[in-house]
Design a protein around this ligand. Structure first.
Ligand code: SF4
Length: 271
């Protein structure tokens, strides 16, 4: 999961379904452009994007790419039931690309897998979003129950203390991604929460990526307001709470990479 990842949004729009949706960025941007996020529409122009080719007949999404699916919706949304079969067919045609499906509708995953899913396709990762303990306890059991080659957990936005240790101890989760919340009304991320999650990952030997602090980060009782994504990424690296932990040289290298990337893409998350 990095800046080189591709996105594929076969449909657009969603409905808020839990606490983590409160400041959903899709709503923020749709509001800016006068679009109704609750109206779920098929993206006709980009529906077949993974199969699109350039003038030389090569796939635009290259072999080996990592594709994040439905960043402006949810792959397992009810309204998408009529389009999902076609999306699976497209995914099946690109075994050379990894498709990552992140959902808050974990209870719908199993019933909406393709007929030839078997014990999972090699090119598909499935993840659930768990913003707090309540949603972790609701969604992760569904994820663990789904036959799948690769499962991960997203703790973004990280808005409540969380203990995932019993789920991580199953050996069925290959990584955890964590980060604070952004945009107006962001709720704080406390240093103690991410430290606790880090320790759980260490004890169960599951990799943790602490990607960003979010707009409001609280450490030692002090509140830090961090609106630039570059600064959030840097502070997360300096906290050194990913696992495996980086050594000093790796931290310096990662900070340099962020500076390089932010010369091209500078994202301010204050709205
Ligand atoms: S499920 Fe995801 S895309 Fe849908 S409203 Fe919630 S945060 Fe937004």
């Amino acid at each position: 999961m990095n800046i080189k990842d591709k996105t594929w949004n076969p449909w657009h729009g969603c409905h808020k379904c839990s606490e983590g949706c409160q400041n959903c960025f899709v709503y923020v941007f749709d509001q800016r452009y006068g679009r109704d996020t609750n109206k779920v529409l098929k993206n006709e122009s980009s529906f077949k994007a993974p199969l699109a080719k350039d003038k030389n007949g090569n796939y635009k999404i290259k072999s080996g790419n990592f594709v994040r699916v439905c960043m402006t919706s949810d792959f397992f949304l009810e309204e998408a039931d009529e389009w999902r079969c076609e999306a699976w067919k497209i995914i099946r045609q690109r075994p050379d690309v990894t498709f990552s499906l992140l959902t808050k509708r974990a209870e719908r995953i199993k019933a909406n897998l393709p007929e030839d899913w078997g014990d999972g396709w090699d090119n598909v990762q499935i993840a659930v979003s768990t913003e707090n303990q309540k949603r972790a306890d609701e969604r992760i059991p569904y994820l663990l129950d789904v036959p799948c080659k690769s499962r991960w957990i997203s703790v973004k936005p990280f808005i409540g203390e969380i203990n995932l240790e019993k789920y991580l101890a199953t050996g069925k989760i290959y990584t955890v991604l964590a980060g604070g919340e952004n945009y107006r009304g962001s709720r704080p991320l406390y240093y103690e929460w991410i430290k606790s999650l880090h320790d759980q990952c260490v004890r169960t030997n599951v990799p943790l990526i602490f990607a960003q602090t979010g707009n409001i980060f609280i450490k030692d009782g002090k509140e830090y307001k961090i609106y630039n994504l570059k600064d959030q990424n840097k502070q997360a690296i300096l906290a050194n709470l990913s696992y495996p932990e980086r050594n000093k040289e790796e931290i310096i290298k990662a900070i340099k990479e962020i500076d390089e990337i932010s010369k091209k893409i500078n994202v301010n998350l204050e709205v």
